[in-house]
Write a protein that binds this ligand. Sequence first.
Ligand code: NAD
Length: 254
Amino acid sequence: MLSEFNLKNKVAIVTGGCRGLGKAMAMGLAKHGCNIVISDIIEKESEKTAKEIKKLGVKAIAVKTDVSSKDSVDNLIKETIKRFKKIDILINNAGIYNPTPLETMKKQEWDKIMNINLNGYLLCVQSVFPYMKKQKKGAIINVASVAGLSAFANSAAYNCSKAAINMLTKTIATDWAKYGIRCNSICPGVIVTPMTEGLLRDKGFQMMIKTGTPLQRPGKAEELAGLAVYLASDASSYVNGAIIPIDGGWTSHL
Ligand SMILES: NC(=O)c1ccc[n+]([C@@H]2O[C@H](COP(=O)([O-])OP(=O)(O)OC[C@H]3O[C@@H](n4cnc5c(N)ncnc54)[C@H](O)[C@@H]3O)[C@@H](O)[C@H]2O)c1
């Protein structure tokens, strides 16, 4: 392993970390020595994932969290500090996707997506800030989406939440670099996870992915792990405010 990729004794919080992309990134960090806090609203699956991660030889805990609730995020930070005394890395990843046509979308549907996908990210970055500032170092990775770069059909709230996450990334990169905190966005294309498995059963959607993606297939969750390890580690020490698509080339020809 290149020494710059070493995450030994680092501590990472991964929101939405019990399954899908969050789990794959958490496993990737753990394989490089990072201790992990799995933070997710699904308690049982989080405990299971934390157990799986411990088998990789690092420490891991699960903390049930609703990222849209300030009290719940406060508890996540309290439990993390109680167990590990510090926070080096935050992967803001918890998110939901409910497609609805803009013309009939209810305000509650918009608010629900914004509260989790965007406000949840804000609560988490503000909560880790004092700990990262104190140690003059921190890496924040915001999982946005290619939907934050160009609009998915019938997905107004999701698209806007993801575009705003990318601007949150640039804002943190601008305002907190002086404290040694770097922030970058990962923008996945369509990746096979519980979020997309329903969509991916649809023949028309499968064809759209095949023809619209130069690599002609959806991504696998494990294919995000390398980028997450890179952005979390000193290997990316001069990368700050980057918005990085990981999409098989989808956005390269839009
Ligand atoms: N899968 C894709 O194709 C894709 C593409 C682009 C972006 N993304 C983004 O990647 C992230 C992970 O998505 P995924 O595909 O792994 O989906 P997923 O549904 O498998 O995982 C999302 C996780 O977030 C958790 N979560 C939901 N609401 C929460 C809340 N209020 N508090 C805490 N945890 C909560 C869920 O329990 C789940 O474990 C999301 O932000 C999603 O928007 C996914």
